[in-house]
Design a protein. Structure first.
Length: 312
């Protein structure tokens, strides 16, 4: 077992990319997620695991001017989401190029358009493991909500009609380099997209049938058969059951248990191939104070598992 990623330089450094951003969906508060995660002690927790921690404060998106941001079709805030994710792509790309583990704190999941673009700019052969209740693969044609956090994967794959505002997104992700775990709320149009593009997905049905250990192994066999390619893990906290992570904008019952979520992060760390990790959709404005505390704490502990925290 590698002690940490073979793509990470010594002394091993984690760069925290705090993204207080909510423009990919309509519920206020998800922009406070990163602030709560850091205030809960994430930096000292990472240091406790032996990492050098780089954190220069949360990114400020206020200066991204979007006075004039009319919808494209039904897509909401296209200009804002495009500019924010483009800036995050550069930041994450820079960290990954430097051999630092990029940990991005969301914020809504539209941010992954940026984080994954950043990873692929340095490692075009990287694979993506997307852990979520949702597939987030709607196109401008298929989206029913117009919320861009339900669409980042289609942009990364280059599916659907091109939206000029997002022309900076290079379709570098190949369908065979993507795998999902935890799906249970997939729109009809998204199911067709997954089928047509032969994208591998392990829904909660497969988690129940095979157990999480086997599912992670099968997921890795699919995207990383020789265990030699960099891994980008994009974790939407709503993959967890709402009893485990209640404070999130689009909760769906029947999700991953506390241990199943952590097992995924532990197993990916153990590959020694992790180069970037996202934790998205923690919304501290939703549910009561105890639920917020619980969700933030689970977020921190998922991240620690991804950075090598072990049980023994
Ligand atoms: N990142 C998320 N929580 N995405 C939820 C997406 C829900 C729905 N499929 C939509 O397109 O709007
Ligand atoms: Mn989700
Ligand atoms: Mn998501």
């Amino acid at each position: 077992m590698a002690s940490h990623s073979r793509f990470i330089r010594e002394p091993k450094t984690v760069a925290i990319v705090g993204c207080p951003f909510s423009g990919g969906q309509p519920k206020p508060g998800v922009d406070k997620g990163p602030i709560h995660l850091v205030e809960a002690g994430l930096i000292s927790q990472f240091e406790g695991l032996g990492w050098n921690v780089k954190f220069e404060g949360h990114h400020q998106f206020e200066d991204i001017k979007t006075n004039d941001d009319p919808p494209v079709g039904i897509l909401k805030n296209p200009k804002l989401v495009s500019r924010v994710t483009e800036s995050i792509a550069k930041v994450v790309g820079e960290h990954v190029k430097n051999g630092e583990l990029a940990v991005t704190l969301g914020g809504d999941h539209s941010l992954a358009m940026g984080t994954i673009s950043g990873t692929l700019s340095t490692h075009p052969e990287a694979c993506v493991i997307w852990v979520d209740a949702h597939a987030d693969i709607n196109t401008i044609e298929s989206t029913g909500s117009g919320n861009i956090h339900g669409m980042p994967v289609s942009f990364l794959l280059g599916l659907g009609s091109k939206v000029p505002e997002f022309s900076w997104v290079k379709p570098l992700l190949k369908p065979e380099n993507l795998v999902y775990i935890g799906l249970r709320d997939v729109d009809a149009g998204e199911k067709a997209i997954l089928r047509d593009n032969k994208i591998k997905a392990f829904s909660m049905h497969e988690v129940d049938r095979y157990g999480i250990g086997k599912v992670v192994e099968m997921a890795l066999d699919h995207v990383n058969p020789n265990r030699d390619r960099p891994i980008h893990l994009s974790f939407d906290v709503d993959a967890l059951d709402p009893t485990v992570a209640p404070s999130t904008g689009t909760p769906v019952r029947g999700g991953l248990t506390f241990r199943e979520g952590h097992f995924i992060c532990e197993a990916i760390y153990e590959t020694g191939l992790l180069v970037a990790l996202d934790l998205m959709e923690v919304n501290p404005s939703l549910e009561d104070e105890a639920s917020v505390k619980q969700t933030v704490a689970v977020g921190c502990s998922l991240l620690r598992s991804g950075l090598g925290e072990t049980l023994l």
